[in-house]
Write a protein that binds this ligand. Structure first.
Ligand code: DC
Length: 247
């Protein structure tokens, strides 16, 4: 067998741009670990909400961030999930996907101290390479040396329609106008925060997703990865699990 090959594919973009769907599929085809960094911010938001910690209390949020015990790996249940998220063994895969956590995760992620605490965790997960990492600041801050940086673009309306369909599949009904307003509010907060604002890296390839199928976008991303990482198809291992703190 060929030598295992190490690389990081950074996929950034706003909420609903398709990062998870595209990123997870690209990782699956490359036999790489998929890690959605939004999961870390979402988990912190969930823990804070369950423990009655205010999303504005940066000091307590940092304490919680340091004590997170998280495990992200291949899906154990066929219920539409792309991966399993476990907090101290508890399955929180869907608990972190509610509209309330959407909003809270964006609020907690705006604190510079919180971002600093979570940066280390994200870099540790990427340490062994062969990883597709999705987020808002992977190409600019978390992995600025990643050989492949993708920015997924989609219009606000298209993203809202995708989010509405995704929520409906889980029995959550929301009017399109409300989703558009919520996404616009999140975009604004994520793009204007003082530290690591959401934006494409200067050397990112902008991939348009409006009006294109998932398969088509996945193929475009794979073509970019194969062009930049000659060994991309060698050393596949789809069974890897990311743990926080890392072993
Ligand atoms: O990608 P997502 O919707 O799961 O992310 C939830 C929130 O987490 C998002 O509104 C902002 C924050 N986030 C971030 O600030 N940086 C990242 N790399 C990923 C997510």
């Amino acid at each position: 067998m060929a030598e295992p090959c190490s690389f990081v594919v950074a996929i950034d973009g706003p909420a609903g741009s398709g990062k998870s769907t595209v990123g997870a599929e690209v990782a699956r085809r490359l036999g790489a670990l998929y890690f959605d960094t939004g999961v870390v911010y979402r988990t912190l938001a969930l823990v804070a909400s369950e423990r009655g910690v205010s999303p504005d209390d940066a000091d307590r949020l940092v304490e919680l961030a340091r004590s997170l015990s998280l495990r992200v790996g291949p899906p154990s249940v066929a219920d539409g999930r792309l991966y399993d998220v476990r907090l101290d063994g508890r399955d929180i895969t869907w608990a972190i996907r509610t509209p309330e956590i959407d909003r809270l995760a964006s609020v907690v992620s705006a604190h510079p101290e919180v971002r600093r605490a979570l940066l280390r965790i994200q870099r540790e997960i990427a340490r062994d390479g062969r990883v597709v990492m999705a987020g808002r600041d992977i190409g600019t801050v978390v992995m600025p040396d990643a050989p492949v940086k993708i920015w997924l673009h989609a219009s606000l309306e298209e993203r809202a329609r995708r989010r509405q369909r995704e929520l409906a599949r889980r029995g959550i009904v929301q009017p399109l106008e409300a989703i558009i307003a919520e996404l616009a509010e999140r975009d604004l907060r994520d793009a204007t925060r003082a530290v690591a604002p959401m934006r494409p890296a200067e050397d990112a390839v902008i991939v348009e997703t409006d009006g294109r199928s998932i398969e088509d976008v996945v193929e475009s991303v794979l073509a970019i990865v194969r062009e930049r990482c000659e060994c991309a198809d060698h050393g596949a291992d789809s069974s890897r699990v990311a743990t926080v703190p890392s072993p």
